[in-house]
Ligand binder design. Structure first.
Ligand SMILES: Nc1nc2c(ncn2[C@@H]2O[C@H](COP(=O)(O)OP(=O)(O)OP(=O)(O)O)[C@@H](O)[C@H]2O)c(=O)[nH]1
Ligand SMILES: [Mg+2]
Length: 285
């Protein structure tokens, strides 16, 4: 990022895709360092517990889905609201207290320094995943999937499956995340899109925390997630080889948003004959 594009004061917005997180939101919120985060948005995906009431009592900006959409669908709402809130950096944090929100300043630092557009909080950088309670089958499948992702995406990441990430605004304004799955594979698709659009990815070490109240996908859903991750990588290979193009690796967010929302959510919007386009897109046409 050029110096002129660096905001004097970064607006950091934390988004929490929540589902039955009543037992853990308060602790997750309490650990957040003061003075760094401008706004916290919690999107509730029709929880059966008191997630909404607790989040409202804590003073968070709460958005409640009318219908259950799934983890990916939840994140779509999170990012649209974060862009509308004029965020410069968006931190995605699971509200189940499995990630240490005290590390937000470290997580966003590479973006502030212009060194990355996406920062992943990795549980595998300091070899503490098993000691932190990660089940062995999750440990092995996480390692295997990350290996496949590194090979296909030409990256050197230690974990692609974390629920603690930071995004620079430019990345979220560019990748067409609205075309992604409404299920857990949304997270993988975002990483592949980040690479497809040439964004820089880096990671910081975070501790691993598994405990009774934490939300943890079961074996069956983990297998579905693993298969969907491999399918995403396969689709990406076909796309890059020119065999079967996929819109989710090619179109920009501005091309899939309605005109009204383009104007509302994207910075640097300019007018042209076909409607409003983000400046970066217009320059490429
Ligand atoms: N919308 C929606 N969100 C969910 C659902 N299940 C979990 N979530 C949310 O997604 C987050 C991640 O799911 P987890 O079950 O914690 O899975 P995970 O953290 O990726 O995997 P673990 O490492 O096993 O915890 C949770 O913190 C919830 O906020 C669901 O069925 N629907
Ligand atoms: Mg979890």
């Amino acid at each position: 990022m050029s110096e002129s594009a660096v905001p004097a004061q970064w607006k950091v917005v934390v988004v929490m895709p929540a589902y039955n997180a009543a037992k853990t939101i308060e602790k997750t919120y309490a650990d957040m360092p003061s003075g760094v985060v401008s706004q916290i948005i919690l999107v509730d995906d029709v929880s059966q517990d008191d997630t909404v009431e607790i989040a409202q009592r804590l003073g968070l900006h709460v958005v409640v889905h009318a219908q259950n959409r799934g983890y990916g669908g939840n994140q779509k709402t999170c990012y649209l609201h974060a862009l509308a809130a004029d965020a410069d950096i968006v931190v995605m944090l699971h509200p189940d207290y499995q990630y240490d929100s005290r590390l937000i300043p470290e997580l966003i630092r590479p973006i502030q320094a212009g060194k990355a557009d996406l920062v992943l909080g990795s549980r595998f950088l300091n070899n503490g995943a098993l000691a932190g309670g990660m089940p062995l089958y999750k440990f092995i499948s996480n390692r295997f999937l990350t290996l496949c992702e590194n090979l296909v995406l030409q990256q050197h990441l230690s974990e692609c499956h974390t629920g603690f990430r930071a995004y620079g605004r430019r990345l979220l304004e560019t990748i067409p995340f609205l075309l992604n799955s409404d299920d857990f594979v949304f997270d993988t698709q975002v990483i592949v899109q980040a690479v497809a659009f040439g964004f820089k990815i880096t990671e910081i070490a975070v501790p691993t925390r598994y405990f009774k109240e934490a939300s943890s996908v079961n074996f069956r859903r983990s297998v579905a997630y693993g298969s969907a991750t491999l399918k995403t990588l396969f689709d990406y290979v076909l796309d890059r080889a020119g065999i079967e193009p996929h819109a989710c690796f090619r179109k920009r967010l501005g091309q899939v948003l309605s005109r009204y929302h383009r104007q509302r959510l994207l910075r640097h919007v300019v007018q042209d004959a076909s409607g409003l386009l983000p400046l970066s897109l217009e320059l490429e046409l």
